[in-house]
Design a binder for this molecule. Structure first.
Ligand code: KG4
Ligand code: ZN
Length: 335
């Protein structure tokens, strides 16, 4: 049975994972802390940090999977999209391994890998995975898409954001509220203690596309107007403001997902990407699924935010069909 070693280095997570076909044997993620004090990811520092930790991260992945480099059948890496300097580190490392071990190199697209994370099997093989075709709402810091997955190698984007991604909307709202980066998980935390008392406008965007820039402006004016009257307004109402912002982002996402299911007739539905770690979104998605009679799937938390397990499973499906990449393959910042 094929063993795939995968490397993910598209942003500020240095990650390595090993799968035996669809079963994940190890999944190691090193989250770079160096960016915290800058309020966002600093590309130069990210590349340097990847280079520092990539060897120990891969060694740990091999150790946890209880295998050696010579056992690996192919080396997969994230080719796009992402920070180019960060991608180059993972690509260079994967190529060196493929060359040294004389095994195939497999390039993986990060957004497709987020979708395929829904197909990862637990060691015992007991978890439910979606049948084909399935719909996936992929929500991350850089992208927001609705994808039809016809098969592991046939993914069709049927809707996407026209401006900010859902994760960016969370992070920018958090920044306006004075919360540190990345603010998404903090909004999630405060929202759990609040009530969505404040109403932000829902954009009218055609078809299955999204827009979050209007919400950003609405939050900016909302804060400015209330702070004029009471300078402690944000501080005193943090939980309710976060619950209101989160509620609007979720309704924007759920309305389009519902429309996508109606339009395509597909009822196997998944969510993926960093924002799918949001507790409010997971709950709203599960409730909508129950109401609509969908089969819903949410990857375990560790496969939602950036990780190499999803690159490994995407790599495995390509390996199965012998979709290899030449050693001249280069990464790219855009898809
Ligand atoms: O998929 P991901 O780890 O990286 C990208 O490919 O972009 O997504 C990162 C995004 C960030 O914007 C972060 O704030 C958001 O996911 N995020 C969350 C939560 N956990 C991560 N947003 C809302 N609630 C969360 N619990
Ligand atoms: Zn991602």
């Amino acid at each position: 049975m094929a063993l795939i070693l995968a490397i993910e280095s598209s942003c500020d997570e240095t990650a390595a994972a090993i799968c035996r076909e669809e079963v994940m044997l190890s999944n190691v993620v090193f989250s770079q802390l160096v960016h915290k004090k800058y309020g966002g990811v600093v590309p130069e520092l990210a590349s340097r940090a990847h280079l520092e930790v990539i060897t120990p991260v891969i060694e740990q992945a091999l150790k946890e999977a209880d295998c050696e480099l010579k056992d690996i059948d192919a080396f997969a890496f994230t080719q796009s999209p992402g920070l180019i300097g960060s991608l180059l580190v993972g690509a260079g490392f994967a190529k060196s391994l493929a060359l040294a071990m004389n095994k195939p190199l497999i390039a993986v697209q990060h957004m497709e890998a987020h979708v395929l994370a829904n197909l990862i099997r637990k060691k015992e093989g007991s978890n439910k995975v979606p049948g084909f075709p399935f719909l996936c709402l992929t929500v991350s810091g850089g992208h927001t898409q609705i994808v039809v997955c016809h098969s592991p190698l046939e993914l069709e984007v049927i809707g996407q954001t026209l401006d900010d991604a859902a994760g960016e909307a969370f992070d920018k709202a958090a920044k306006m509220l004075g919360l540190p980066y990345p603010g998404g998980p903090l909004i999630d935390k405060y929202a759990a203690e609040g009530i969505p008392l404040y109403s932000f406008p829902e954009p009218k965007i055609p078809e299955l596309n999204f827009s979050f820039s209007g919400l950003k402006t609405a939050i900016l004016y909302f804060i400015r107007d209330h702070q004029k009257e009471n300078s402690d307004f944000v501080k005193n109402n943090m939980a309710d403001i976060c619950a209101s912002v989160q509620n609007r982002i979720i309704t924007i996402l759920m309305d389009k997902l519902e429309a996508a299911s109606e339009q395509t007739g597909i009822r196997n539905i998944c969510i993926a990407g960093g924002v799918s770690a949001n507790k409010g979104l997971r709950k709203a998605f599960t409730e909508l699924g129950e109401q609509k009679g969908w089969n819903t799937f949410i990857p375990p938390f560790e496969y939602c935010t950036d990780n190499a397990a999803m690159i490994a499973i995407a790599g495995y499906y390509k390996f199965k069909e012998k979709v290899y990449s030449p050693l001249t393959a280069t990464p790219s910042a855009r898809v």
